[in-house]
Every structure is written in structure tokens, then in C-alpha cells.
Design a binder for this molecule. Sequence first.
Ligand SMILES: O=C(O)CNC(=O)[C@H](CS)NC(=O)CCC(=O)C(=O)O
Length: 328
Amino acid sequence: MPLGLCFNPATTLLLRPITSWTHLTSFSHHPRSRSSISRATTDSAMAVSSVRVAAAQMTSINDLAANFATCSRLVQEAASAGAKLLCFPESFSFIGANDGDSVKIAEPLDGPIMQQYQSLARESKIWLSLGGFQEKGSDEAHICNTHVVIDDAGKIRSSYRKIHLFDVDVPGGRSYKESSFTEPGKDMVALDSPVGRLGLTVCYDLRFAELYQQLRFQHEAQVLLVPAAFTKITGQAHWEILLRARAIETQCYVIAAAQAGQHNDKRESYGNTLIIDPWGTVVGRLPDRVSTGIAIADIDLSLVDSVRTRMPIAKHRKPFDFWRPASA
Ligand SMILES: O=C(O)CNC(=O)[C@H](CS)NC(=O)CCC(=O)C(=O)O
């Protein structure tokens, strides 16, 4: 059977009454249509071995308490929908209105802000991916842009510091110089979770395919997380294409939670939170006009296995030392 036929998810859109702007998009795979695919699980042959995940879209502002209230509402929604992991966008807890605001509110990972989110995870018994937390840096003038993963008991399992910093003059838009207040990380991070082996990244990292290659081929990631606050202009041009490319070329699920809408007079984010399967199919989405909500999808790791078995790029790829440099 051609691969494409196996991966048409059924889609339903549910509107939830919890807030007027909360959309919940739910996609599920039909086990019937994949009957020819073997499963690398201990489940019985007929069981569906999928795990539900959620990705949040929100419009964070310069108010820690307001953003926390939004996050806790979304955690409850995701938990009642049966999600085992909820992914938040970059800068979920705070987006400043002025330069320097992020540095002022920055805290260490064992500070009170992160403890609040740990309590949320524990109370709702759900794993949280908190991309883009303003972690206090090594001096008073800098933060680290840190992606933290908390388990369902409220324990911090891993943290990844954004490696690629957004120092960019956006064509037709603003100039950004993230490195003026942020220290770059150097360490790649992957960890096991109930939804598979996660590879952690943040926002602008998305443009550097080699990081994702390493996460898949060296660190064995199955699910790549890309919390983001993409600009409206660059998001329209590049966001979905880059995300689907990362999913296809790594044969991983990609979960990309996005900031959306107007944060203050200077700043607007693109939105379009996406969950993408390892064949590159979009299985969860929140359109950019949705200010606050969650997208839901069921992750099926046997799909990761079957895509990789049928198209064995891990075997076919040539390590860099295979190549001879071009002669002049
Ligand atoms: O500063 C904060 O509050 C949070 N950090 C961000 O919003 C970061 C750095 S300014 N934004 C990006 O990386 C956008 C990338 C992007 O838009 C692209 O690659 O096109």
C-alpha cells in the first residue's frame, strides 16, 4: 500500500464554551487504515498505542499573574481532554512591553515562578513543556531563554537553553537583537517521556536544520518540540514550511506551540500552532486568529517506526566525513 494512503487522519473541530476564544482541534488516526503496519509495543495486536498531546496558543503580556491564569485554564482543558503532555509557546509566562523587562522579571529555575508551574503540572497530573522561560543569566544584564520540561509529579526533568539567538532585521518589520539581553546555550537536550523521546528546541532554532538532525540521529528523538513567538512577517513566509520540513526530514512528530496576536503596541506574533506527524501531515492546528486555545492530537509512535522502516534515511545518510570538499 502506498504510504500516503495510510496517513489520512479523520478530523473534527470542537468549539469549547470555556472561553469565547478557546478552540480545541482534535484529530485521531484510524487504526483500521494502518492494519498492515507492525507495532513495536507490548499492547495486544488490536490495541491502539497512541498518546494524546496538546499544544497551547496564547497572547502573553507583561503580567505574570494574568499569563499564569491563562496557562492554568489551558492546563485544565488539556488534562480533561486526556492529554499527557501540554506544550506552551516561547515566553508563555511573560512578554515585556519594553526592552529590559525580561531581565527584570527573570528568575532561576528553582524560583517562585517555575514553582507555580510545577504545582500546575502536579495538580493536573500532566507533563508540561514550558518553552522560552526567562531564566536568570550569569550576570544582571542577561537571561537564558530556557525550555523547561516538567513531569506529571511536578518535577523538572530537563531544561534546554536556546542556542540560536534572534538578531535579525525583519524585512518590512522591526529589528531584533535577542543577544543583547540573552546568553546562548550550548547543550542539546533530549529526554524520555510518556509521549516518546523528546528533542527540545526554541523558536529561531527552527531555521537551523542541523540541530534537528542531531536530535534525531544522535539523540534518538521521536518528538521535536518548537515553542515559538514568531513574528507576523516571518511566520507568514516560513513557519509552516520549516516545521513540516523538520518533521519530514527527521521523521519525527513536531509540536510547535505559538504565541499569537498583539502583545503590546510594538509586538505581534504569527500564531498557527501546529502538530505535525512524521510523514509531514498536519494533525493539529490553531489558526492565527485564535488568541487562546489548545490543539490536540494523538501521537502514535508506531507511525514513527513505520515511516522510518519504509524509508530508512538513517541508513542512507552519509556522515560529513564521507564527503570530499569541492575542489576549486
Ligand atoms: O523576546 C522575547 O520576549 C521572547 N523571544 C522571542 O520572541 C524570540 C527572540 S526576540 N523571537 C524569535 O526567536 C522569533 C524568530 C522568528 O520570528 C523567525 O525566525 O522568523
